[in-house]
Ligand binder design. Sequence first.
Ligand code: C5P
Length: 238
Amino acid sequence: MSNSSSPIVVALDFEKKQEALRLIEQLDPKLCRLKIGKEMFTHFGPDFVRQLVSKDFDVFLDLKFHDIPNTVAKACKAAADLGVWMINVHASGGEKMMTYARDAMQDFGADAPLLIAVTVLTSMSQDELNQLGVSGRLDEQVKRLASLAQQAGLDGVVCSAHEAKTLKADLGQAFQLVTPGIRLANAQQDDQTRIMTPHQALSNGSDYLVIGRPITQSSQPLQTLYEITDSIAELLNH
Ligand code: C5P
């Protein structure tokens, strides 16, 4: 089901489809995968996803489903029908919701997408979490929801690269960690605050690096992709 062995997942956050397609023309499906989020999916829908899949890209459909178990299971099935490589749900939807999602993937056998969970959104502060009635520490809540996702049979979680080391130690090598907030050494941070370079994130235990603007806004995206690939080569050849 996978066309690439690269850990790099390029986040396509464009308002115009043509801009995204222009970028994709310059990328190589062997060197990276693509992430489509709520913005592009809402604008351009499943046909756009199919278009990327037909160009041999592994697609992470980042729609973060969170609803009653039956609805989430059906939404996950609809996403898997598009032929994508990875999908996700909110772990805070609970174990039953995640188990239903996992079960919905069984019919797809070896073609099933990776099913991962979002724990606590990294945009959320400790105060905001407490406001929701969660009284414990934010990092403990991340750990609790990641364990719950593993218990429900999911393949991994989205997390900050700063959490990756602890989560790998607690949940084991096979549990996949997908990390945004990646910036190249000496590059601009944009609105990301707790950033890591690709090399640091992989060394910390990340399995997949979600990288948007450093590639999408680059004047030479393929060149940037090669540079990132080179910077992590020593970590991939083992
Ligand atoms: O451009 P940049 O590399 O910051 O893009 C990161 C991508 O990862 C965006 O699509 C953003 O929505 C997503 N993301 C994130 N932080 C999270 C979860 C997702 O930056 N905690």
